[in-house]
Every structure is written in C-alpha cells, then in structure tokens.
Design a protein around this ligand. Structure first.
Ligand SMILES: Cc1cc2nc3c(=O)[nH]c(=O)nc-3n(C[C@H](O)[C@H](O)[C@H](O)COP(=O)(O)OP(=O)(O)OC[C@H]3O[C@@H](n4cnc5c(N)ncnc54)[C@H](O)[C@@H]3O)c2cc1C
Length: 826
C-alpha cells in the first residue's frame, strides 16, 4: 500500500515536473483513481460517485467552453476589477524593447544549449584597427589631470580629433558617412576610452547613445536622415538630448516643458509650427551642442493638426542658434568636467517639420524614447563601468605589489588581498556581462530588462570596486594630482549611478517590475486579455494564458522542491558545457525554478501592491539579475576556450552571485506579508535549508594572485583598456615599477636570506642592498637592477603637493561666478 502511495505521488510529481498537458493529467488520474478504488475495495455506489465527480472535473478542465464558463470567465471579471489602470506612458515603457535570455530565466527552465550556441561576439577587423589606431591616439591625447583640473574640458585638438575620426558617428551606418560599428565594437571603443578618462568617454558615449542619431535612425524622415546623419557622423553637429527638467527627473514622463501648435513666420513665410517653452537641466554636451534633441508635451488647442488637443510627449531637433534658445552655461558634475548644463527657451517658434519623424510623430515621443532606450543603456554605462574596473584591476594589483608595508607587498596581506580578489573577480564577471549584452544587441535585441540589469549591476560593481581600490591605495588614492590614478574615478562613479535611470529606481521599480510583465510567459497575455480585448476573444485568450500560467506555476513549485531535495542533481545543465562548471548551470536552473515560483506566488499574494513594495520587488530583481550575471560568466568561460587559469575568477564570481541570489530570496521570505505562505514557500524553495555559501578565501586568494602577477591571465582580465607606454604617464611608471618589482624579488630574497643566516648585517633598504653588493651577496648587475626598481618604486609611492594657494586665483577665474541654476529662467 505504502509503495503504491509513493508510486502515485511519484506520478503526480513527474506530471507536474514535466508540465504534462491537462488531458494527460486527466488520463493519469483516471487510471490511478480506478486502481486505488480497486485496491481499497470501494462499493459500487462510492465508485459511481467518485467517477461522477472525476468526470465533472475532467470535463471542466478539458473542455474549453465549459472551463471558461465555470472558471476562467469569473476570474477574468475579478481580474479586470483588481488590475490597476496603467497610464499610456507606463504601458509604453513596459511594452518597449524585447526580451531575450531574461525570459528563459523567468521561465524556470532556461535553455542552456541555446545560450551556449549563441555565436561568440567578435570584433570586425575594421573595429579592431580603429581600436588600435584612433582610439589609442585619442587616449594618448587625453591627460585626465589636465582635462579635469586645468582645462575643465577636453583640449580643442582632442575635440577636433574625435570629430575628424568619426567617434561621434559609431552607430550611424556607413551610407550616411558613419562608422557603422556593431554594438560590440561601439562598446569596445567606450571601454578603452573610459579606462583613460571619464570626460573623454562620456563625450563620445552621448552622441552614440539615446539621442538625435538613434532617434533619427529609427524614426527620422528621409529628409531629416539625409541632412543630419552625415553631419552628425562628421562631427559637424554636436548633439545632446534634453529630457530632464527641474521638476521631472526620474518621473521623466511628467515633464512640464510644452509646445503649442500654431502658425508663425519662419524665414519670412507663414509656417505651421510650434511655440516651445522649456527649462531643462543636467544635459550632457548641452553647453556645446549645436543640435538639441528636445522632449516636450505638445498641445494643439486650435486643432490645426486635426486631432486631439493634448498630443503627448514629442521629440524635436532644435538648432541651438535659433533665436530664443538659452544654452551654454555649465554644471560641474563631480569634477568629471564633461560638458553638461542647463538650457531653456521661452515661446521659441520652430517649424513643425523639426519634430523627429515629422508631424506624424507628434505625440509619439515617449514611445520612441522607450523603444530606443535599451540599445544605448545596454552599452554606455555598463561598458564605461567595465573599462574603469579593468583599469582599476590593473593599477590596483600593480600598486599592491609595488607598495610594501611591514616588509610585505600590501597585496599579500590578507586584508588587502580580500579587497583585491573581489575587484579581479568582479572585473571578470563585468566583462562577461558586457560582451553577452552587446552580443544580444548585435543579434537584433533591444533588451529592455537586460539593459536595466546591466546598467544597475555594472555601475554598482564599479562603485564597489573603486571603493575597494581606494582602500587599497590608502593616502595615495586620496591626494589628487597627476600621480593619482584612482581618485577621479572615485569622484565620478555616482554620475553613472544617477543617469539613464537612477539606480535605486532601476533596481526597485524596473528590473522586476518590467521583468514580471515582459519576461513572464503569461502575465502580459493575461493583462492584454483583461484590458485590451473584449468578448469571446478576451475570454479565449485569458483562459489559454491562465491555464498555462497555472501549469507553469505548479510545475515550477514542484521543480523547486525536487531540485531542493536532490541538491540540484537532476536540474538541467548543458552537455556541451565544461564539466568543471556544469554544476553551476544546475544551480542556476534550480534558482530559476525557485524564482519563477516565488515571483508567481508574490504576484498572487500581493497583486498590484507589489509595485509599491519596492523592497520586495528590488530583491526579486536581484535574483533575476544574479542569474543573468552568472549566465554571462559561464558563457564567457566557454567562449574564451575554458581557460583553466581563469577558473578561480569564474568560481568566485559565480559563488558570490549564487549566494547573493539565495540571500535575496531569504530576505523576500523573511519580509513576505503573508507569513503562512512564507513558511510554505521556505519549505518549497529550501526544503533542506539554504544550500549556497559565499566564495571561499582560497578562491579569493587565487583571484588576487591574478591581479598581482604579470602574465597572460592578468592581461586577459584587463584586455581592451588603454595601456600608456613609457614613463611619461603615472600609470606607465606604475606598470614599469610593477614589472621591475617582480623581477627584483629574487634579488631581495637573496639579501634577506643572507641577513637571516647572519652573513649580512641587518640594515634598512638601500644600505642593505649596498652592503649585499659589497659583500658579494648580489652581483653589481643585480644591484643596478635593484636601484632602478627602487627609483621607480619611489616615483610610484609619491603623491602630489601644491603651492599653498592651490593656484586659487587662476581656477576661480576659470570657474567664473556660480549662480543658482535657472536663476535666469526664473
Ligand atoms: C551628470 C548628469 C548627466 C545627465 N545627462 C542627461 C542628459 O544628457 N539628458 C537628460 O535628459 N538628462 C540627463 N541627466 C538626468 C538624469 O537622467 C537624471 O538625473 C535622473 O533621471 C534622475 O533624476 P534626478 O536627478 O532629478 O533625481 P530624482 O528623480 O529626484 O531621484 C532622486 C532619487 O529618488 C529615486 N527615485 C525616484 N523615483 C523613484 C521610484 N519610483 N522608486 C524608487 N526610487 C525612486 C531615484 O532613484 C534617486 O535615487 C543627467 C544627470 C546628471 C547628473
């Protein structure tokens, strides 16, 4: 009897696990029910009643019309009442872009083979030549200290170089005179530039991100494209895009800036146009822009366009020399000194043709912006964060080897090693994410949720890494000057956190909020059925989505328990993956099932209120994000040819993310509003307790060693950044000192051993070396080598000092008088 009960349970689990269709469930239940009835010896009446009940339920479950009448339609009515109304802008934001690997992770059953067979993203020969040529040259021309402290801008010759070489037209196709680079190529350029100078990278990033060029490419009229794209590609126009205003930052759809459709005189002729009034701030490249992409709300009170009065958000291109445009003053964003400032206009008349896409696109601006956001957001800030972090990895490892305290290179002191190992492993994971995300864009995706994940997590990891790096550098990182290679990065990191969707909002509102609707296989269909469809069509669509949804949830719940009880043993992992990483795939499959189940139960338990429960949805977003980062890391390991030397980085990064995902689930459960459900969920998701542990210290040691050791692994980890040649540059000196330090270690070991054995008297640094040479412990050549290293080391540990007035008079003159922003507009 007991084994029969187990057998029944096993069949039910298998049916749920493999998501058997309803008719298979019905058949299986019929057979098992009949067998149980025989075994238990029920009487004829009982058998008849049970059979009737079963047949009624099976008919309702299998016959669509009956099921809809008894089950789906009543639920649809309740759902319609409960589902909060969505504004048009919210709807357009949620529906924008595409879903990709995020949808697999949301499904509970990621198709790993599909991911691993996605082609490895590669740079073209032309892109590589551009990186080795003009990009290197631009980096060499950028002296970050002079840019940030002396010029407060890129030097004029660098501006010109960027324009001449086409840096502002990387996303513009060749037929318009642009470079026509792939997303990966574009990203590789931004990465290298950002490893050198933030102002340089941002100046190049902005025209290639969401702005006039991107909008024109997708929505511009032929005339607009033919006129502007070649000019933008050649740097004859400097673009900016102005959305943010003092009253509308994160809530950008609420911009108060407006235009009124009217007739006016333009170049001597009566023209149908708009009178624009706006007050924008924080606009990157604004102060030097010749072409202002402007977002505003357009009204047509006289119905001159024949439609509604409130047409909605509209995007237009405004020549900044148009009378009435106020532009040119600057903000000073954390000493990053890229051009950024306010601009405004009061009743500025421009022709209607200046709307991007022409009058047909009046009122469609928000949709246009949302649809174009993902590509730029996938590249700019994630990539610049990777460039900065790779550069940090290289310099921090080198400095930690050159700088000694307590007669030990500080990188070998465990406390420092812990921070350094984190930087190195993060750099690996970030690079993996950069490449996979850019690869998705090159496959034609506009990954809205993934771009938010990449933006949030790359910028946050860059912030963690720069904090670690600052700690490792000690005072050397604090005293600014040309010999400080980390301080400016530390200063500017909050810029990346704030722009293109401030991070708190991105994490708590977008990643899960948008993901739950877009990536979930059924939620959007249910919502559409409830809100957009009517009658029979709504009923059928809702029924189909709902029944599939129930099967999906049940299956993921059962899978989560099974994976939990079997420690992921049966969770799917790709056979084509390296054996040494295959268990990590299984763990993500388990997490994916657990996450999908938890997401469904959370939506069911909290409904629309989940949107306001940002602490919960932020953590759910973290789980999705960690699975994405792990997927990227594992794919990167495969794409790079399973290099064993990189395995510690993979292991640390995966263990760390896996543990973070588990902790995020734990926190969701601890704060779940329905306590009984939380307990049930905990039993389901962690039936044997929480399985994942943080990375081991030994792995952290291996990761730090990669940053501390010259060689292929370090070069690979920091590949694609700018490496200054020679000793004219502080980081060039650092690299030479690093190599010299490593080369001199055997020499130092010789005189340390001589001191230990008593052959050499204990003295300090230079005296010991001299004595060692005099006593023949080291050769004269070794002594010369050691002296050279010492000279380099001294240069590395040096920090800058300045005259007492810091050249105050000069810099005050340069900054000019500060005034409250928009005093003029007021
Ligand atoms: C250097 C720099 C360059 C920029 N460049 C441009 C540009 O070129 N063009 C342009 O149009 N704009 C630009 N911006 C504007 C940028 O996109 C905004 O700063 C950003 O949208 C945030 O707006 P805010 O600064 O007013 O912050 P606020 O909107 O006031 O937000 C403050 C805090 O509240 C959080 N928050 C807000 N709403 C929510 C929510 N619902 N849930 C949770 N948290 C929330 C935010 O995450 C943030 O942490 C730039 C900004 C800076 C600083």
């Amino acid at each position: 009897m007991l084994s029969f009960a187990f057998g029944t349970l096993a069949v039910l689990v298998l049916l749920a696990y493999f998501r058997a269709p309803v008719f298979v469930w019905s058949a299986a239940v019929a057979v098992m029910g009949a067998t149980w009835a025989t075994v238990l010896g029920f009487g004829a009446v009982t058998n008849f009643v049970l059979a009737a009940v079963f047949l009624a339920i099976a008919a309702a479950a299998n016959l669509s019309a009956l099921r809809r009448m008894l089950f789906s339609d009543p639920l649809l009515s309740i759902y319609r009442r409960l589902l909060p109304d969505m504004s048009q802008t919210e709807k357009e934001a949620i529906e924008a872009g595409t879903v990709w690997w995020d949808a697999d992770l949301f499904s509970g059953r990621p198709d790993w083979e599909r991911l691993l067979h996605t082609p490895t993203p590669r740079l073209s020969a032309e892109e590589q030549a551009f990186l080795d040529g003009p990009v290197d040259e631009a980096c060499a021309m950028a002296n970050d200290w002079e840019i940030t402290h002396k010029h407060y801008d890129l030097p004029p010759q660098l501006w010109q170089f960027l324009k001449d070489k086409g840096f502002f037209g990387m996303i513009i196709p060749k037929k318009y005179g642009g470079l026509g680079f792939s997303a990966l190529g574009h990203s590789a350029v931004v990465m290298k530039l950002s490893s050198r100078s933030n102002a340089l990278a941002v100046t190049v990033m902005v025209p290639n991100s969401l702005g006039p060029a991107e909008l024109l490419l997708h929505y511009g009229t032929e005339e607009q494209k033919n006129h502007y794209l070649p000019r933008l590609a050649r740097g004859l126009e400097i673009p900016c895009f102005a959305l943010t205003s003092p009253e509308a930052g994160s809530d950008a759809a609420s911009i108060p800036d407006f235009g009124v459709v009217c007739k006016g005189t333009w170049q001597g002729k009566e023209t149908l146009g708009m009178r624009l009034t706006w007050d924008k701030r924080y606009i990157t490249l604004g102060p030097v822009a010749s072409l202002l992409g402007l977002a505003f709300r357009l009204y047509d009170p006289e119905r001159l366009l024949g439609g509604k009065e409130d047409l909605g958000i509209t995007c237009a291109l405004i020549q900044t020399n148009t009378p009435g445009v106020n532009i040119g003053r600057r903000h000073l964003p954390l000493n990053a000194v890229f051009q950024n400032g306010p601009n405004s206009g009061n009743e500025v008349f421009v022709p209607l043709d200046w709307i991007i896409g022409g009058r047909e696109y009046a009122g469609k601006g928000w949709k246009m912006l949302m649809n174009c956001l993902a590509a730029g957001r996938s590249i700019s800030l994630p990539t610049s964060s990777v460039g900065g972090t790779k550069a940090l990895t290289r310099v921090t490892g080198a400095y930690a080897r050159v700088r000694s305290q307590f007669r030990t290179p500080i990188g070998k002191l465990e406390g420092v090693e812990e921070a350094l190992g984190r930087i190195a492993a993060n750099a690996y994971m970030m690079e993996a994410t950069r490449v996979m995300t850019a690869g998705a864009v090159d496959l034609g995706e506009k990954p809205s949720v993934i771009s938010a994940i990449a933006k949030y997590h790359m910028t946050e990891r860059a912030r963690d890494c720069v904090n670690d790096s600052m700690d490792i550098h000690g005072g050397k990182g604090i005293c600014l000057g040309p010999n400080n290679w980390v301080g400016r990065g530390y200063q500017v990191v909050p810029v990346a956190i704030t722009v293109e969707g401030a991070n708190i909002l991105t994490r708590t509102l977008i990643i899960f909020g948008q993901g739950a609707i877009r990536c979930h296989p059924y939620v959007l269909r249910e919502m559409r059925a409830a809100k957009e469809l009517k009658g029979e069509e709504a009923s059928r669509e809702f029924d189909d989505a709902l029944t599939s949804h129930i099967g999906h949830t049940l299956s993921n719940g059962v899978r989560a328990v099974v994976h939990g009880l079997t420690r992921s043993m049966f969770a799917s992992a790709p056979l084509s993956a390296a054996p040494e990483t295959r268990h990590y795939y299984r763990h993500v499959t388990r997490l994916s099932a657990a996450f999908a189940f938890l997401a469904d139960v959370s939506m069911l338990a909290m409904g629309g209120a989940l949107k306001r429960k940002e602490k919960i949805s932020g953590r759910l977003g973290d789980v999705l994000s960690m699975m994405y980062l792990v997927s990227a890391t594992l794919k990167h390991y495969e794409d790079q040819g399973r290099l064993k030397a990189d395995l510690p980085l993979v292991r640390w990064a995966v263990r760390d993310a896996r543990y973070s995902a588990q902790q995020a689930i734990d926190q969701v459960l601890s704060n779940f509003p329905v306590k009984s459900l939380a307990t049930l969920l905990r039993w389901t998701l962690f039936p044997l307790g929480m399985p994942f542990r943080p990375p081991l210290d030994s792995r952290n040691h291996e990761c730090a060693s990669i940053a501390l050791e010259p060689g292929a692994a370090r070069d690979r980890l920091t590949a694609g950044i700018y490496l200054p040649q020679g000793e004219a540059d502080a980081t060039g000196v650092l690299e030479t000192a690093f190599l010299a330090t490593v080369a001199c270690e055997p020499i130092e070991r010789k005189f340390r051993e001589a001191v230990k054995s008593g052959a050499l008297q204990q003295r300090g640094g230079a005296d010991s070396a001299l004595l060692a040479r005099e006593q023949g412990v080291i050769t004269p050549e070794e002594y010369a080598q050691w002296q050279k290293k010492e000279a380099l080391r001294k240069r590395v540990i040096l920090v800058d000092d300045f005259p007492q007035d810091f050249g105050r008079a000069e810099s005050m003159e340069k900054l000019g008088e500060s005034r409250p922003v928009h005093a003029k507009a007021a």
